[in-house]
Design a protein around this ligand. Structure first.
Ligand code: CMP
Length: 139
């Protein structure tokens, strides 16, 4: 089925002017950008977004990284969008990511890994609603 997922182009990628490069790989993987905006996340926004990780040892570094520069938040639409996006992103750690994936191509480290993507349809809906109003999404 055609579904939606949520994506973030992270500060390591925007800093290196890779918004287009990342988006091109998403599009070539069969995903369509149906909403997109470049924002500077606040600390509170980043902490709320990553609340599920708040007990993890990397949490405070992750929040600092995510507010270290602009990000591009996007809603992506396509056949089986969550899985399609996770396949093109590659493994969280770029050292483990397959050839041809976004993280293998662009990521700098497990933290500065260029993109975030929702891990389930349920989380996609929550994450999309965290950043977008319904009328900002145009399919
Ligand atoms: P993301 O998919 O955005 O979800 C949580 C993020 O935490 C992850 O990508 C990484 O950028 C970051 N992170 C940093 N260290 C780790 C780690 N050891 N394991 C998992 N994620 C990590």
């Amino acid at each position: 089925a055609v579904t939606r997922t949520f994506s973030i182009i992270k500060p390591d990628a925007t800093r290196r002017n890779l918004t287009g490069g990342v988006t091109k790989m998403l599009e070539e993987a069969g995903l369509r950008v149906v909403a997109s905006k470049r924002i500077q996340m606040t600390k509170e926004q980043a902490e709320g977004f990553y609340a599920v990780h708040k007990e993890r040892p990397f949490f405070s570094d992750l929040v600092s990284f995510m507010i270290s520069g602009p990000v591009v938040v996007q809603v992506l639409e396509g056949e089986d969008a969550v899985k399609r996006n996770r396949d093109v992103m590659g493994a969280t750690n770029p050292a483990d990511a397959a050839e041809g994936t976004i993280r293998k191509t662009y990521a700098e480290s497990i933290e500065a890994n260029s993109v975030h993507g929702s891990d389930s349809d349920e989380n996609a809906a929550i994450e999309i609603a965290y950043f977008f109003k319904p009328e900002e999404i145009v399919g």
